[in-house]
Design a protein around this ligand. Sequence first.
Ligand code: TXA
Ligand code: MG
Length: 331
Amino acid sequence: MNTVILPVNEYSLGQSKKIICGGGAVAFPTETVYGLGANAFDNSAVENIFKIKGRPNDNPLIVHVHKDYDLSLLVKDIPDYARALSKAYLPGPLTMVFKSCGAVASAVSCGLGTLAIRIPSHEGAQRFLEYIDLPIAAPSANISKHVSPVTAQHVYSDLNGKIELILDGGKSEGGIESTVLDCTGEIPLILRSGLITREMIEKVAGRCEQYFLKDGERARSPGMKYKHYSPNCKTMLFAFNELQDALYEYEKSNAEGVTAYLLCDDKTAQIAAVDKVLKLGKDGEEMASNLYYKLREGEEKARLIIAVAPENQNGVMEGVMNRLSKACKNS
Ligand code: TXA
Ligand code: MG
């Protein structure tokens, strides 16, 4: 199969509709990362997404809709706090999990009885969703476990030959996946941290809790238990106060002819003063925006990425650290 990259316009949207309505998959831009979308009502189209990505079939997909889509067609029992959060932050990088009406294909939610809904703010995503006017089940458009894509070129390098069309909407500025919030209980529960932070949710909903997977417990969000976001090279992760150890590894590895790059925030890069460095930025938003882009750049250039965690790990940085520690797991 020949994979083409097209800008979002009338022609490419027409092509997208043909592909989606014919049971195929199209990659499209969002403000977080690129998605690989299929018609959420079409079970075999959704199953095909799992095959294309090599995704475990117990890890459910998020359903994407345009901003005027009637959610009551898909989910029920939307609590007041979720309505308030929608008003405050949607369209945007917040995914909410509700009880499903059972309207979408069973493969979407892997039998959970709940459905994750996302209304992306990216203009290209909104145009795509409005034009198709169907709920679109879409995971990130990468091969399972690999770093999520933030450009059309990233999608191409993972999925070339496996899909027909990639809509190009430029670099995804958010840079890490949406916050996933379970809205089936009395208090919203963060299943995956992201750009909509706990503080932002508390401000609107009053209360909010963070879900942590305990040993031996069945994952509430099945994605949590898998290795993720990993570059195709070796990685190491050091705490912010272990910079000297990180630099020791950097020197040793490069001296042995194994090209190593340091991946860290701007402040740490300045202190480290080495030439092979992937700088992530100065604050949480910048670091989120650059993380996957730099991990992908790193795997092109390096045989070893030596990451140093930032000192501040609150707010958006919580999402950055969550991705960084999973990316640097070597198992
Ligand atoms: O920003 C994003 O959310 C991107 C873009 C493309 O929208 N999508 C994305 O999808 O990150 P994916 O498939 O890579 O991650 C979806 C996450 C997984 O951790 C999955 O377990 C969780 O959402 N999830 C999906 N449906 C769920 C449900 N019904 N209950 C709990 N967790 C769910
Ligand atoms: Mg993903």
